[in-house]
Write a protein of this length. Structure first.
Length: 689
C-alpha cells in the first residue's frame, strides 16, 4: 500500500533574524523531511545546518514525553512519571495558595525558545496577567540595543535587509551573519560581488570577518567610542549632509559640541585601534554612497551597550545615508510589524491592582531576584521557552536561587535541560512541528505562519494549552483564557493598520506574506521618523525626561584595564562568549549531532597571552574570576587580539565536562539603558589545569 505524503508549511521558531519559511514533508503521520521554502524571497529554499536536521530535535530519544515530579534533591534531575491531572492539580493548588497571600510571589520566566506570537506572547501573558503574577522584564538579549536605537530612530525600523545588494559600503558591526543571519549574509555577498566593500567591526575575527575586505578588532565594550570618533571626523571634514540634517534631524549643534573632543586620537587608547584606522573608516563612510550599517546585538552586551547602539544610530542621518534605498542602518525590522500587543497579551486582565500593584522583575539577574527579592519574595517560578540555569549570567547565583527548597518550580520543556533538573514539576512541551503559531521577523519584512505537521509526540502539550487547562483549574472564567490558538494567531496583527493589508490572505494561502510596505522601501528617505519630533533625534528629550543623558556619549566597560585597573591587575583578560556556530543560545546544545560538531568547550587565546601562561594548543584550561570558574580547551590563535579571549557558547553545564559553562564568570550587572546583561563585559584570568 502506497504511503500518504503531504507538504505542510511551517516557520522556524528560533531566535534568529531570518525567521525562515519551511516545508515539512509528512508520510503516514511522520515528518520525514524539513527544507526551506523555495518561494519565500528571504529563505530562498535554504536552511541553516541546524534546522535542516530539525527532525533530530523533534524525534530525539531524549524528548520529554510525559509529566513528571521531582523525587531527588533539586539539581539532581531525578523524577518519576505522573499524569497530567496530577501535574496540573499540583500546580494549580500551589499557585492558588500563593495567590491568596500575594500573587506577585509567582513569576513566569520565558524568552525566545520559540519566537511565535501565540506560544511565546499570547495565552501565557493572558494567564499570568489574570493571575496577578509578577511581570517579567525580558531583557536578556536585546533590550539595551533596542532602547538605544529607539532613542534616536523611534522604533525598531531600518533598512530593508534585501536592499543591501545595492550598497557600496557595508559596515557589519557587532554581528556575525555567517553564523547568525545566514540568509541576510546572502544579500551582503551579492553586494560584494557587485563591488561593495565589506568592513567588519568585532573584537573576534569571526567567520564573517574573515570574508570581509577589512576587519577592525576593538576591545570589547568600546564600540561607542568608535562611533563618537567617526562623528567627530565626519563633522570636522565636512562629510555631512547639511540639507538632510537641517530638514530631518534634531539637536545637531548640541551633538557637534558633544563630539568635538572625541577625536580618533581620543578613541585610540580606549578602543585599542589605531587613530588613523578610525579616521579612515569615517572618511570612507562619509564619502561612499550608498552606505549601510548592519548592527546586531553583540555590541549591546556591555555596560555602555545601549549608548553604543545610540551612537551608531546617529551616523546614517549625519551623512544622509537614509536617502538611499540601500543606505541607512538596520538593527531589527521588528518595529515594522503592526503587532496587536493588547489583543495578544490582555494586560487588562490583571486583577486587584490597588491591593497588589504590578511588580516587574528583570530576568537577567534572576539569581539575585530569587535570592533577595522581597515584598513579596518569589515563591513560585514557571519556566518555559528558556533555560536560565545555563544561559543567565553569574550562574553560581542562579543555581543557588533555583536550589531553594521553598521555591516551587515548574519547567515546561522539550528536553531535560540544566534548568529542568531543578523543577518540582516537569512538563513535556511540543516542538514547532506540533502546534499552531504565527511569526513576525526581526531580520526581514515577511510574516510566516506555522501549521502543525504531526501529532504531539507522547503526551506533550503546547504552552497555550497548558495555560488554558491551568486557568480552568483555578476557576478563571474570562473567555480570553480559553480562545484556541488559531483565534489568537488571527488577532496577532492589527488589521486596521495599512501594513497588515493582505497579510491574512498570504499567510493562509502560501504560509507567508510581506508586509504592505512600499517597494522599494526606504523608510526615512524624506524623514518621517517615528520619534516624538518626527525627526532623527540626536538630542532626545524623552531620554532626558527619564533621567538619562539627552545626547550620545561614552560609557566605558565596567570591567577593563582602563575603567578598573585594580581588577584588571588580577584578571587581565577581557572575555567574550559569542554564540557557538553549532548551537543557538542553548538550543541544539544537547543533541549529539551538534555537540559532536562543536567538540568541547573551547577558549580562543592569542599566542602572546598563551606563551606567558605556559598554555599550549589543546591544553585544558581553568578560566576564573571572583564570581566562579569553568574549564575549556585552549585554541591558541590570532583570531582574538592580545588581552582578549573568546569562549564560544552556550554549553549546557551537564555536557561541559566540569559542570560549568562560561556564565560561571559573567556578571549580573546591567547595561546603561534597557536593563540588559553585560555578558561581554567580563575580566578573567586563565591558567592550565
Amino acid at each position: 500500500m502506497a504511503s500518504e505524503s503531504r507538504i505542510v508549511r511551517a516557520a522556524c521558531p528560533h531566535d534568529c533574524p531570518d525567521t525562515c519559511a519551511m516545508h515539512i514533508t509528512v508520510e503516514d503521520g511522520r515528518a520525514v523531511k524539513v527544507r526551506g521554502a523555495e518561494d519565500h524571497p528571504f529563505t530562498h529554499g535554504a536552511l541553516c545546518t541546524k534546522v535542516a536536521h530539525y527532525l533530530d530535535r523533534v524525534y530525539s530519544p531524549d524528548r520529554l514525553t510525559h509529566p513528571m515530579k521531582r523525587i531527588g534533591k533539586k539539581g539532581e534531575g531525578r523524577f518519576e512519571r505522573i499524569s497530567w491531572d496530577e501535574a496540573l492539580d499540583t500546580i494549580a493548588t500551589r499557585f492558588a495558595e500563593i495567590a491568596a497571600d500575594d500573587p506577585r510571589g509567582i513569576l513566569p520566566y520565558s524568552y525566545a525558545g520559540t519566537m511565535g506570537l501565540v506560544q511565546s506572547s499570547g495565552m501565557d501573558r493572558r494567564f499570568f496577567h489574570r493571575l496577578g503574577a509578577s511581570l517579567l522584564d525580558r531583557t536578556i538579549c536585546a533590550s539595551a540595543g533596542s532602547a538605544g536605537w529607539k532613542s534616536v530612530i523611534g522604533a525598531s525600523v531600518g533598512t530593508d535587509p534585501e536592499a543591501v545588494v545595492d550598497a557600496r559600503l557595508i559596515l557589519i558591526w557587532g554581528a556575525n551573519p555567517v553564523v547568525s543571519n545566514l540568509h541576510g549574509w546572502r544579500f551582503m555577498q551579492q553586494a560584494k560581488r557587485k563591488g561593495a566593500r565589506l568592513v567588519c567591526i568585532d573584537p573576534w575575527r569571526t567567520q564573517t570577518a574573515e570574508k570581509c575586505d577589512l576587519h577592525l578588532a576593538p576591545l570589547p565594550g568600546t564600540d561607542g567610542a568608535i562611533a563618537l570618533a567617526m562623528m567627530q571626523v565626519l563633522i570636522e571634514d565636512d562629510l555631512i549632509a547639511h540639507d538632510y540634517i537641517a530638514q530631518h534631524t534634531l539637536g545637531f549643534e548640541a551633538l557637534a559640541e558633544r563630539v568635538r573632543h572625541c577625536t580618533p586620537e581620543w578613541a585610540a587608547p580606549l578602543t585599542g585601534l589605531p587613530a588613523e584606522a578610525i579616521r579612515q573608516l569615517a572618511r570612507d563612510y562619509g564619502s561612499t554612497r550608498p552606505s549601510v550599517i548592519r548592527l546586531n546585538y553583540g555590541l549591546n552586551r556591555c555596560a555602555g551597550g545601549g549608548t553604543a547602539v545610540r551612537n551608531i544610530a546617529c551616523l546614517p542621518a549625519l551623512v544622509g545615508a537614509w536617502r538611499d534605498v540601500a543606505g541607512g542602518a538596520v538593527l531589527s525590522t521588528s518595529g515594522n510589524f503592526p503587532i496587536d500587543t493588547a489583543a495578544l497579551e490582555r494586560p487588562d486582565l490583571y486583577p486587584n491592582a490597588d491591593r497588589f500593584p504590578p511588580r516587574t522583575i528583570n530576568m537577567s539577574p534572576i539569581g539575585e531576584a530569587l535570592l533577595t527579592a522581597n515584598d513579596p519574595p518569589i515563591r513560585a517560578l514557571y519556566v518555559y521557552n528558556s533555560n536560565p540555569v545555563a544561559v543567565a549570567p553569574d550562574s553560581n547565583r542562579v543555581r543557588a536561587g533555583f536550589a531553594r527548597e521553598d521555591l516551587f518550580c515548574v519547567v515546561h520543556e522539550l528536553f531535560q535541560t540544566d534548568t529542568a533538573d531543578y523543577a518540582d514539576i516537569l512538563l513535556p512541551a511540543t516542538s514547532q512541528l506540533e502546534h499552531v503559531d504565527v511569526h513576525k521577523a526581526y531580520g526581514h519584512l515577511y510574516a510566516v505562519a506555522n501549521t502543525p505537521a504531526i501529532d504531539p509526540v507522547g503526551e506533550s502539550l503546547p504552552n497555550s494549552e497548558v495555560f488554558r487547562r491551568l486557568a480552568a483549574r483555578l476557576g478563571f472564567d474570562d473567555p480570553a483564557l480559553f480562545e484556541d490558538d488559531a483565534t489568537i494567531a488571527a488577532a496577532a496583527f492589527i488589521q486596521r493598520d495599512a501594513r497588515s493589508l493582505g497579510l491574512s490572505e498570504g499567510l493562509a494561502t502560501q504560509g507567508w506574506a510581506r508586509l504592505n510596505l512600499p517597494r522599494p522601501f526606504a523608510p526615512f528617505a524624506t524623514g518621517g521618523f517615528p520619534t516624538p519630533s518626527g525627526r532623527c533625534e540626536f538630542f532626545s528629550q524623552t531620554m532626558a525626561d527619564q533621567g538619562f543623558d539627552p545626547l550620545p556619549g561614552w560609557v566605558p566597560p565596567i570591567e577593563s584595564p582602563v575603567s578598573n585597573p585594580t581588577q584588571a591587575a588580577r584578571f587581565p583578560l577581557a572575555m567574550i562568549s559569542p554564540p557557538a556556530r553549532n548551537f543557538l543560545n542553548s538550543s541544539f546544545a544537547n543533541l549529539p549531532r551538534w555537540r559532536d560538531k562543536e567538540g568541547a568547550p573551547t577558549l580562543e587565546i592569542h599566542p602572546d597571552d598563551a606563551v606567558t601562561r605556559g598554555i599550549t594548543d589543546g591544553a585544558r584550561l581553568r578560566i576564573f574570576n571572583d564570581r566562579g570558574a569553568f574549564h575549556a580547551l585552549a585554541v591558541v590563535t590570532d583570531r582574538v587580539r592580545p588581552g582578549v579571549v573568546a569562549a564560544p557558547s552556550v554549553w549546557w553545564q551537564k555536557f561541559s565536562g566540569d559542570g560549568e559553562n562560561a556564565n560561571a564568570v559573567t556578571s549580573s550587572a546591567l547595561t546603561d539603558i534597557g536593563g540588559g546583561p553585560v555578558f561581554y563585559d567580563c575580566l578573567v584570568e586563565v591558567a592550565p589545569v
